[in-house]
Design a protein around this ligand. Structure first.
Ligand SMILES: Cc1ncc(COP(=O)(O)O)c(C=O)c1O
Length: 256
C-alpha cells in the first residue's frame, strides 16, 4: 500500500467497538481520535451495522445519475432536510468531503455565472485538485501547482477584508469552525457580517461542516451557534461513519 504518513503508528488493529479498539495482541485502546471526526456514534454501532448488512443484501449499486428511485437515498435526504432550516431543501450526495467541496464550487460558478472563489487562511477543504486549491495552507497545496485560478484567501475575524467579497465572487467557502487549524471558532459578530456581505453581493455562502457538524459543537449544526443559515452546507465524515458518504445541501436554485 502507498505510504501516506511519514511516521505511522503502525499498530495492527483487528477490532473496534464503541469507544475501544483492540490490536493483534489483544491489547485494548481507548480511541481518542474517532477516525478524525468520523465515528461520532462509536465503532460498529449495532443499528448502523444492521442497516448496512440489510442494505448490502438488498442491493448495493444500481445506476448513477438519478435514473432510478432508490428509496434509502430518498429516505436519508428527507431525514436530513427535516433537520435543516427550510431553505436547505435539496441534497446532493457525493463519496467524500472533497467531492462535496468540488460540488459546491461548481454549483456556485454555474448559478452565479461568476468565477471568483473566496476561502480562508488555515482552512482545510479536501485533497482533490480543486478542493486543495482553496485550502489556506501552503504546506498542503504547494506541490500541485498550477492550482485553480481566481481564488482569494481572507482571514477569519478580519472585518475589513470582507470588502473583498464583491459582485464577481461566486462563493465564499468557510469552515464554520476551523478544525485542522486547531479548532478555531470565529466570532459571532464576524460570522454575521460575513453572512450579510454575501447576501449584499449575491455571493453564495458555503459552510463546510464536514468535520465540525453533526453535533460536534453542541448543536446539530455548528452554524446554529451563530444564528445564521448558509446557502450551501457541506457534510461528510460522520455523515457516513466510515461509509464513503458526503453531501452538499444547497438551497434549491433553479437552473443550478
Ligand atoms: C473541514 C473539512 N473539509 C473537507 C474535508 C475533506 O473530506 P474527505 O477527506 O472526506 O475528502 C475534511 C477532511 O478532513 C475536512 O476536515
Amino acid at each position: 500500500m502507498a505510504q501516506t504518513s511519514d511516521a505511522p503508528l503502525a499498530l495492527e488493529m483487528v477490532k473496534a467497538q464503541g469507544m475501544h479498539m483492540w490490536d493483534a495482541s489483544g491489547k485494548q485502546y481507548l480511541d481518542m481520535i474517532a477516525g478524525i471526526s468520523v465515528c461520532n456514534v462509536g465503532h460498529c454501532h449495532p443499528a448502523v451495522v444492521k442497516a448496512i448488512q440489510e442494505q448490502a443484501a438488498t442491493y448495493m449499486h444500481l445506476i448513477v445519475y438519478g435514473e432510478f428511485v432508490q428509496s434509502p437515498q430518498v429516505q436519508y435526504a428527507t431525514f436530513l432536510t427535516q433537520h435543516l432550516p427550510a431553505s436547505l431543501n435539496s441534497v446532493y450526495f457525493t463519496n467524500s468531503g472533497s467531492e462535496a467541496t468540488e460540488g459546491a464550487m461548481k454549483l456556485a460558478k454555474r448559478h452565479t455565472g461568476r468565477t471568483g472563489v473566496i476561502a480562508f487562511k488555515n482552512s482545510y477543504h479536501g485533497s482533490t485538485q480543486g478542493s486543495l486549491s482553496i485550502i489556506g495552507d501552503e504546506y498542503w497545496r504547494n506541490a500541485y501547482r498550477p492550482l485553480l485560478p481566481d481564488v482569494l484567501h481572507l482571514q477569519h475575524n478580519d472585518m475589513g477584508m470582507l470588502e473583498q467579497i464583491t459582485g464577481r465572487t461566486a462563493c465564499v467557502i468557510a469552515e464554520t469552525v476551523q478544525a485542522e487549524a486547531g479548532v478555531l471558532a470565529p466570532s459571532v459578530e464576524w460570522m454575521r457580517a460575513l453572512r450579510a456581505r454575501c447576501t449584499e453581493t449575491g455571493t453564495l455562502l458555503v459552510l463546510d461542516e464536514i468535520q465540525c457538524g453533526l453535533g460536534r459543537n453542541g448543536t446539530l449544526w455548528a452554524f446554529e451557534q451563530y444564528g445564521i443559515v448558509p446557502d450551501v452546507l457541506l457534510l461528510g465524515k460522520a455523515l457516513g461513519g466510515g461509509m464513503p458518504w458526503a453531501h452538499s445541501s444547497p438551497t434549491a436554485i433553479s437552473g443550478a
